[in-house]
Design a protein around this ligand. Structure first.
Ligand SMILES: Cc1cc2nc3c(=O)[nH]c(=O)nc-3n(C[C@H](O)[C@H](O)[C@H](O)COP(=O)(O)OP(=O)(O)OC[C@H]3O[C@@H](n4cnc5c(N)ncnc54)[C@H](O)[C@@H]3O)c2cc1C
Length: 101
């Protein structure tokens, strides 16, 4: 049994694989939150967009997220600072704050 809340009752993608050649402006590879968000951000653009996944959309790491939003992640800032310096840790922090808002 799968314990992920997001996967409970989720219908597996039964779409047939795309076999024909397709020409698009933008091809997004990977249908996790990153790919889906990218597709969503581009949905009103004039680009012809294709989102593909080697498995089932939403079944990667995204399927297991606890969906909390935080500046603090598993990778501690002190580790970034020790590996790349305080300035790099600060930039990483600022990127997280920007993404948060
Ligand atoms: C237990 C757990 C808890 C978490 N909790 C949180 C949280 O609380 N807050 C938070 O912000 N983050 C959390 N995360 C992290 C978060 O879930 C991931 O950072 C995020 O889901 C990654 O999304 P993604 O789209 O980059 O990758 P994925 O969701 O893994 O999607 C990548 C997709 O690309 C596809 N793919 C890969 N290679 C190819 C290929 N060659 N061709 C076609 N398709 C391909 C895969 O099939 C997959 O569907 C958690 C992660 C886990 C495992």
């Amino acid at each position: 049994m799968n314990n992920s809340l997001w996967l409970q009752g989720f219908l597996k993608n039964t779409k047939k694989p795309i076999l024909e050649k397709k020409k698009v402006d933008i091809c997004i590879i990977g249908g996790g939150i990153t790919g889906i968000s990218t597709a969503f951000a581009l949905k009103d653009s004039n680009y012809d967009i294709l989102l593909i996944d080697k498995g089932t959309i939403g079944f990667g790491a995204t399927a297991y997220t606890t969906a909390k939003i935080s500046y603090l992640q598993e990778l501690p800032y002190s580790k970034i600072a020790s590996m790349h310096g305080k300035e790099a840790a600060k930039k990483y922090y600022e990127s997280q704050v920007e993404a948060f808002h």
